[in-house]
Structure formats: structure tokens, C-alpha cells
Design a protein around this ligand. Structure first.
Ligand code: F6P
Length: 316
């Protein structure tokens, strides 16, 4: 069997660990493994390179992606998908590593007759039907480390800090990081921002002697610097903003993400070798489930209101 592997969309820590698992699981089963560079853009251009066991050595701990990645607007057109299907000629199956956009692209390839299996990997954790996506744990840990550092300087100056994190449509990073650092307020795209409540919580904290306040804002809900300006204007407390940006996408994956990557990458190849396709391999506890794309694309991962409420309840 000849199996291709590509990474697509925003990179996520652990993508390299998935590539390694895919290639080695395939080679050990006797398959020929082929790397596709630059995601769907590289598939359309048939940028294919054979991968052996040694070509994925020394990457399990590295962020980014050995195969490079891209966002490809052209692939979103029927002509682009047709080009992609032509680029896949000679491959019996392709393992695609990425987020919800990658699942949509894989479904389009399936409709064009290309056998595909997807591994969920994005820092956003916004892919439904899987417990978690590869990269999310690392990104949350990066935010937590940054917030701990910011807390030191915030306390020293008795300031309020707004920390803007990634999440253009969903607030999973903001909620999990807020729970882990004890942020007083969380602003997420899923809920309207309540500036009165944010300011009241800052004032309440100061009144009971807190020397700092942390507010976590998901980028899709509001701009961190604008929130900081508004909070300072209303409360009179000195407020600064830090935008973490792409720092959240890089760095070595955590042990959790590496293990998840190994499990899901190997499971994807197991599916492909068995002739299954049109499925995403999903983490379900310690198992890996094969979920049809139709099911993934019809669902929306529910907002974790319980964790949001818990983080707020514990922070004051
Ligand atoms: O999907 C991952 C992600 O990092 C989002 O959190 C963010 O909104 C987006 O990608 C940024 O994309 P780009 O790197 O293309 O600016």
C-alpha cells in the first residue's frame, strides 16, 4: 500500500509526533509512506517525497511540522479539489493532520474519490467528537506559563492585566488556561462580554487586598488592549494588556500531546491499512474511535459552561 501524509491549516505542537507515528506504523506494516509538502497546496502541486523510518527521527519533541503547512483558499474551489485529487494519483490513501478545515478538505477529497483518514490536530480544540485535539494541551501550558510570569509583574506593580489568547471563534484555550491560573474574568466568543461584571470583579479583588487581577480574553471575543483601556477607564486601576499571539503555536509538545499524537497517528494508519476511509480518528478515553466525516462536520463542540463557571467561582 502507498499512503500519503500531510499537515494542513495552522500548525500545532505535536504535529511532528503524529507524522512520526504515521510513518513508522506504516513502514512497520510494510506500506510505502509518502510525505506531501505544504498541505492542500502541495497536494495540488503533487509535491510528494518518500519517507522512511529515519526521515522522521528526532522530531517527536519539535514544534512546527516537518512537512510544512499552509492555508489554501484555492483548494476550497471545485477546481482546486480536482487538482488535489490529481495530485493524489498513485496514493492508496492519505492521512491528513489538522483541524476542522482539514476535515472539510478531506471530505471534499473523498467526494472526488480519494481515500482519506484524518487526525485532529489544532491548538483550538474546536473539533467535535474527539476528547481533545493534538496541540491544545501544549498551547494551554504555554498560556499558563506566560500568565504566571505576568502575575509576578502584575503583583509587583499592583496592576490588572488583560491577556489575549488565540481562539477566533471558540474560547477553549481561554477557559482552560483561566481555570489553571485563577483568572478573575474570562471573555469568550460564545458569550457576550460583560464589562460591568469584569470591572466589578476587579474592584472586589482590590477591596479584599488582592494585588493583581488577571483577565483572559479570547481573540475572537475582543481585542485585549481595548479591554484593558476600558477596564482602566472604568475602575481607575492601572491596567496593561499582553497579546500572546503565535507564541501559543510553537514550542515542544507536552508529554500529553506527544502521547495523544502517537496514539492517533498510529490509529489512523491502522484504519487506512484496513481499508477504512472518510473517517477521523478520535480520542475517546484511552481508545481511538473512527468517526465518519459527516458526523464530525454536522456537530459543534459544546461550550464548556461548567468549566467557565467553575473558573469564575474559584477566582473570587
Ligand atoms: O487555528 C489555529 C489558530 O492559531 C487560531 O487560534 C488563530 O485564530 C489562527 O490559527 C491564526 O491563523 P494564522 O496563523 O493564519 O494567522
Amino acid at each position: 500500500m502507498r499512503i500519503g501524509v500531510l499537515t494542513s491549516g495552522g500548525d500545532a505542537p505535536g504535529m511532528n509526533a503524529v507524522i512520526r507515528a504515521v510513518v513508522r506504523r506504516g513502514v512497520y506494516a510494510g506500506a510505502e509512506m509518502i510525505g506531501v509538502a505544504r498541505g492542500f497546496a502541495g497536494l495540488m502541486a503533487a509535491e510528494l517525497t518518500p519517507l522512511d523510518v529515519g526521515s522522521v527521527a528526532d522530531i517527536v519533541h519539535r514544534g512546527g511540522t516537518l512537512l510544512l503547512t499552509a492555508r489554501s483558499p484555492e483548494f476550497a474551489t471545485p477546481e482546486g479539489v480536482a487538482r488535489g485529487a490529481r495530485g493524489a494519483a498513485g496514493l492508496d490513501a492519505i492521512v491528513l493532520i489538522g483541524g476542522d478545515g482539514t476535515v472539510r478538505g478531506a471530505a471534499a477529497l473523498e467526494a472526488a474519490g480519494v481515500a482519506t483518514v484524518t487526525v485532529p490536530a489544532t491548538i483550538d480544540d474546536d473539533v467535535p467528537r474527539t476528547d481533545q485535539t493534538t496541540g491544545f494541551d501544549t498551547a494551554v501550558n504555554t498560556v499558563v506559563e506566560a500568565a504566571d510570569r505576568i502575575r509576578d509583574t502584575a503583583t509587583a506593580h499592583e496592576r490588572t492585566f488583560v491577556i489575549e489568547v488565540m481562539g477566533s471563534t471558540r474560547g477553549f484555550i481561554a477557559v482552560h488556561a483561566a481555570l489553571a491560573v485563577g483568572a478573575e474574568s474570562i471573555v469568550v466568543p460564545e458569550l457576550p462580554m460583560d464589562l460591568d461584571d469584569i470591572c466589578a470583579r476587579v474592584q472586589r479583588g482590590h477591596a479584599r487586598g488582592k494585588r493583581h487581577s488577571l483577565i483572559l480574553v479570547a481573540e475572537g471575543a475582543a481585542k485585549g488592549p481595548a479591554v484593558a483601556e476600558a477596564v482602566q477607564a472604568r475602575t481607575g486601576h492601572e491596567t496593561r494588556a499582553t497579546v500572546l499571539g503565535h507564541v501559543q503555536r510553537g514550542g515542544p509538545p507536552t508529554a500529553y500531546d506527544r502521547a495523544l499524537a502517537a496514539r492517533l497517528g498510529a490509529a489512523a494508519v491502522t484504519q487506512a491499512l484496513a481499508g477504512a476511509h472518510g473517517v477521523m480518528v478520535a480520542a475517546r478515553g484511552r481508545e481511538a474511535a473512527a468517526v465518519p466525516y459527516t458526523e464530525v462536520l454536522a456537530a459543534v463542540k459544546p461550550f464548556e459552561r461548567d468549566l467557565y463557571d467553575l473558573a469564575r467561582a474559584l477566582a473570587i
